[in-house]
Design a protein around this ligand. Structure first.
Ligand code: NI
Length: 164
């Protein structure tokens, strides 16, 4: 397992369509593991393979809910319902957020790390993460679909607030 370098805008790899994975090799499995390490290291809730420079249809997500870490190969949204609208960011576009309209609930089908078919239904943040990461596989960034994009200023750490 290793932490990979996250590709940032305006790298063109982020704007290309990723290819289906036809064979699950040890390399593909290692890539999924590395992507999870890289996501956690960067405090993200999701990461797609193009963000580490590889045009394969692989995503990892962890919305901090009971579903835990999900590693998915060739993910596909098979059902979506409802609507949510709110701020979204991306590890490839540090310092920026955007208000993005998404489905509130999605069901995603794909293969797990061992090639077994899995179907996961997520709501709220997990649904948003799935839609965001699957967009990455199609070369779509949140800035392409956001209704408003704005600079993101992280909240100062607590100690700093208390010293004010
Ligand atoms: Ni992203």
């Amino acid at each position: 397992m290793a932490i990979r370098i996250i590709v940032k805008e305006p790298d063109e790899v982020l704007h290309k369509r990723a290819k289906e994975v036809t064979k699950i090799t040890p390399n593909v499995q290692k890539l999924l593991d590395d992507m999870a390490d890289t996501m956690y290291d960067a405090d993200g809730v999701g990461l797609a393979a193009p963000q580490v420079g590889i045009l394969k249809r692989l995503i990892v997500v962890d919305a901090g809910d009971e579903n835990g870490l999900i590693k998915m190969i060739n993910p596909e949204i098979i059902e979506s319902e409802g609507e949510q609208f709110g701020p979204e960011g991306c590890l490839s576009i540090p310092g920026w957020n955007g208000d993005v309209r998404r489905a509130e609930k999605v069901t995603v089908k794909g293969l797990d790390r061992d090639g077994n078919e899995i179907v996961v239904t997520g709501t709220g943040l997990l649904a948003r993460a799935f839609q965001h990461e699957i967009d990455h596989l199609n070369g779509v960034l949140f800035t392409d679909i956001a209704e408003r994009v704005y600079e993101y200023t992280p909240e100062p750490p607590r100690s700093e607030l208390e010293n004010r």
